[in-house]
Design a protein around this ligand. Structure first.
Ligand code: SF4
Length: 200
């Protein structure tokens, strides 16, 4: 059982790992004494940034080692086996959306009534949410790490708002410099093969 959802972005220092919010009674995680507020920071030696990393690094694995920061400050390495396909019985904190750095002339957030629900004011630009929920991004501020992650974890399809293929026009529409308007060229030689983009 897994859970993930979007919540309005907040400004806070993000600590490494992903925080457990619920542990199913009687599950393997319960037997391992994992508890809400524990933070899983590594799986089989690899760092965990969020729920997606956890899912990617545990998928198909029957021999697992979790590095866990307990809520009391202790760090434990927990080695265990699970049956193939056995549910770990964990639920996690929500993904906090990365926000856009655009000033689109048509931005829907600016058109919201003041009393619209708070989630409608979140200017998300997040490749994880594009993969999970089909949210659109503009790729105007994607980092090399994010692009590498799309490729490694096959976070496909990605939904990309193109609007215009002429870079001057696209830069004008998105309210950005022209060098950020190019969503096709490969940043720093990072090959985009292995991903499938859906334009909107
Ligand atoms: S990408 Fe443009 S339309 Fe979307 S939230 Fe940002 S400024 Fe608004």
């Amino acid at each position: 059982m897994y859970e993930f959802a979007v919540e309005p972005a907040i400004t806070k220092l993000r600590r490494p790992g992903v925080i457990i919010t619920e542990v199913t009674a009687g599950s393997v995680s319960d037997e391992l004494e994992l508890r809400p507020d524990d933070r899983i920071v590594r799986v089989n030696g690899r760092p965990v940034r969020d729920y997606l990393d956890f899912r990617f690094q545990t998928a198909g694995e029957t021999e697992l080692t979790f590095r866990v920061k307990k809520s009391n400050g202790e760090t434990h390495d927990i080695e265990f086996d699970r049956e193939e396909g056995e549910d770990l019985g964990l639920m996690f904190e929500q993904i906090v959306p990365r926000q856009c750095a655009n000033e689109c002339i048509f931005c829907f957030c600016k058109g919201n009534p003041d009393d619209a629900r708070p989630s409608l004011f979140v200017r998300d630009e997040d490749i994880r949410l594009s993969f999970l929920y089909g949210n659109y991004t503009t790729l105007s501020s994607i980092t090399d790490d994010e692009m590498a992650r799309i490729i490694e974890q096959r976070l496909s399809p990605q939904y990309v708002s193109v609007h215009a293929t002429d870079l001057d026009v696209r830069a004008y529409l998105l309210g950005i410099e022209k060098d950020r308007a190019d969503h096709v060229s490969e940043p720093n030689g990072c090959a985009r093969k292995g991903t499938e983009a859906t334009a909107g």
